[in-house]
Design a protein around this ligand. Sequence first.
Ligand SMILES: Cc1cc2nc3c(=O)[nH]c(=O)nc-3n(C[C@H](O)[C@H](O)[C@H](O)COP(=O)(O)OP(=O)(O)OC[C@H]3O[C@@H](n4cnc5c(N)ncnc54)[C@H](O)[C@@H]3O)c2cc1C
Length: 469
Amino acid sequence: MTSSSRASAAPVDVLVIGAGVVGSAIARMLAQYELGCTVVEAGNDVGTGTTKANTAILHTGFDAVPGSLESRLVHRGAELLRQYAAQAGIPLERTGALLIAWTTEQAGQLADIEDKARRNGYLAARRIKADALYAREPHLGPGALGALEIPDESIICPWTTPLAYATEAVQGGIRLVLHTRVLGIRESNGMHEVRTSNGVLRCRWLINAAGLESDHVDAMLGGDSFTIQPRRGELIVFDKLARPLVNSILLPVPTLKTKGVLVAPTVYGNVLLGPTAEDVRDRSDTATTAAGLSSLLDAGRRILPELVDEEVTATYAGLRAATEHRDYQIRIEAARRYACVGGIRSTGLTASLGIAEYVLDKLAGAGLPLKKRGHTAPVTMPYIGQAGIRPYQDRAKIAADPAYGDIVCHCERVTRGEIREALASPLPPADLDGLRRRTRAVNGRCQGFFCGAAVASLLGDQASAGRSR
Ligand SMILES: Cc1cc2nc3c(=O)[nH]c(=O)nc-3n(C[C@H](O)[C@H](O)[C@H](O)COP(=O)(O)OP(=O)(O)OC[C@H]3O[C@@H](n4cnc5c(N)ncnc54)[C@H](O)[C@@H]3O)c2cc1C
């Protein structure tokens, strides 16, 4: 059940704070067991925090810190998400990546990075020379000296992924409480009593997956082992006409602070340039800046000169939940029946299912009773990628229901049938942005200039139908 009504209810076995990709992955896994669970989320939808604004790469973990928890969970998470995406209809393309050396110093680092990949359990990376690199990427700027090829790096839909997890969780009986912020937590009669902006929730076990607020929630339980230092990443989305310029994800040689500025195709057929890496104070500061975008264009001009002459569709920024530590901050406290799943910085989309599996395993060890339910139904999400068949291209679907041939958003070829389906789904969107993340409507080159009113009116019709029910 999705609810925005008062949060208060009978005590539950497990309460998850945060419905980003991590909290949703955990909820999906909890739904497979005989437990009463609630997810409480401050936003009006699933995946409205860092999860909605990233670079959308399914990493192999080749460049993680060997031996770290992040390395282990990215590796495992990628394996699980690759399988899950195929089953749930999440757009995913195995484009491969090329980590490019532009200076002799960087060329000298490629062997070390290849060795690091091996130490991270990734064995398929191999060095290629400049001529092979330019054969693969003919539009690359001049001066590249060679590259490390990572054939399994992939691009994935960052919006469908948490929605698929949360849909499966809700269909499995998990209660999702939106518009509800956790304000304080105290222990009372063997239960956590969680005060929210919308009433009091009581639970036996508590999981903190609050992303950029995970340290604050941890502090509500007395934790003080990490502080979130938001690291803003700005990105530029180029028009679909730019897509033929690039075949793989083009990576720079990383530094200690950042993976650096990359060029990557998206599963919607665009090209991304970014992200920047800038520490900011405000945990909600997702504004783009003239300086940030200009630095991206400078980097892009070097990597793929023709790209910067293409039209820009959109710009956006996301905040990484960086901390003073170089690893995830996952801690299970058996005595307090509490799991802190914080500081999931720049790889959480990839690692999400690995994190969920790890946390549940540790909670089981701490005494959370995990008894499998008899049957759990997998979900199939509406396909919004560019590489497969979309409804407007599907003659049989249109013949069965002409609404799938009635295009409303022309830039992204989104039909009335898809919008209707999203509005009637188990997790309907709360606003235009939620509808965009479910269908791609208003996500194209006109950014809703042409179709915005028509799309908003379909959304409005649904809202008034809901009010009169
Ligand atoms: C620029 C950038 C590029 C990235 N690129 C990639 C990439 O290519 N591949 C990859 O795998 N990862 C990438 N990441 C990282 C990835 O996006 C994150 O690791 C992941 O989204 C973190 O998910 P989360 O669920 O922990 O946090 P969030 O998505 O932020 O979710 C936390 C949720 O908790 C809620 N919340 C917070 N406080 C409270 C409270 N008190 N009460 C109730 N709810 C609360 C928030 O509203 C939010 O919805 C990137 C990140 C950025 C910023």
